[in-house]
Ligand binder design. Structure first.
Ligand SMILES: Nc1ncnc2c1ncn2[C@@H]1O[C@H](COP(=O)(O)OP(=O)(O)OP(=O)(O)O)[C@@H](O)[C@H]1O
Length: 255
């Protein structure tokens, strides 16, 4: 098993925010008018920090993640990833930036059914014309507890194992920022907790910035900061909170 300390680290520099949002607004057509899924959200996330995003259903959490990760385009406002402004960028350039600097873990795993575990993990690199780093791949397989399962197909995996593959796939490009949208939402609570430990430990080892949407106060309480959304707007934050504090704040938001 490869020691995490053998993985080359990103240099610690006085870097710009890993993620910067300025007055981000995203509207969708709704009947004759529009609905604002995000209504002027501004935030800055420090490199290497972990942030949980919480809020009632429909408050804009997924829209926030999708806009911040370049998967969706704000109607107005700016998204800046590690100093690179996505505003007005050609979609191909956004795709490249996403492949190189952003990892995304979805609730539904989104693995490619006819590719093996090893092929799924290597996919983001192969799509970008890069070869997987064998050393990092071995480290990630061990870190997510999938050693020996390289040749399995997604259909032969449990939900927890599939999400571990998705995590390894999100980290194989050594992204600066990892976004996870309810990554444990489809798992039982014990498996979910294990998968989350894997994600947190690997992100910390690789010094990645982690942004996580969750409905679980215990999960949120493991982050450095919890951001609360209501009706598409930021409705406060808590730093290093307990699960009880998070639950109390969510209750205050009407959940
Ligand atoms: N593609 C879309 N077209 C129209 N409306 C949308 C679209 N995507 C999201 N919305 C609306 O925007 C609002 C925010 O949705 P979003 O999925 O971001 O919320 P959420 O907080 O992630 O919700 P949940 O916790 O239920 O997943 C909701 O009112 C939703 O109906």
């Amino acid at each position: 098993m490869t020691s995490p300390t053998e993985i080359p680290q990103r240099p610690a520099t006085a870097a710009p925010p890993a993620v910067l949002l300025e007055q981000v607004r995203r509207t969708y057509p709704n009947g004759g008018g529009t609905v604002a899924a995000l209504d002027g959200v501004s935030l800055a996330l420090a490199p290497g920090s972990s942030t949980a995003v919480m809020g009632p259903s429909g408050s804009g959490k997924s829209t926030l993640l999708n806009c911040a990760a370049g998967l969706d385009v704000p109607t107005s406002g700016r998204v800046v990833i590690g100093g690179t402004d996505l505003t007005g960028m050609h979609p191909d350039a956004v795709t490249r930036l996403r492949r190189e600097r952003i990892g995304f873990v979805f609730q539904a795993y989104n693995l490619v059914g006819h590719l093996t575990v090893a092929e799924n993990i290597a996919l983001p690199l192969l799509l970008g014309g890069r070869e997987p780093d064998a050393h990092l791949r071995r480290y990630l397989m061990a870190a997510v507890g999938l050693e020996g399962m390289e040749d399995r197909l997604p259909g032969e995996l449990s939900g927890g194992q599939a999400q571990r593959v998705a995590i390894a796939r999100a980290l194989i490009t050594r992204p600066a920022v990892v976004f996870a949208d309810e990554p444990t939402g489809a798992l039982d609570s014990r498996t979910g907790a294990q998968v989350l430990d894997v994600l947190r430990d690997a992100a910390a080892t690789l010094r990645q910035t982690l942004v996580l949407v969750t409905h679980d106060a215990h999960v949120a309480a493991t982050a450095d900061r919890v951001l609360f959304l209501a009706d598409g707007r930021l409705a406060g934050h808590l730093d290093a909170p307990t699960a009880e504090q998070v639950t109390a704040r969510m209750t205050g938001l009407g959940r």
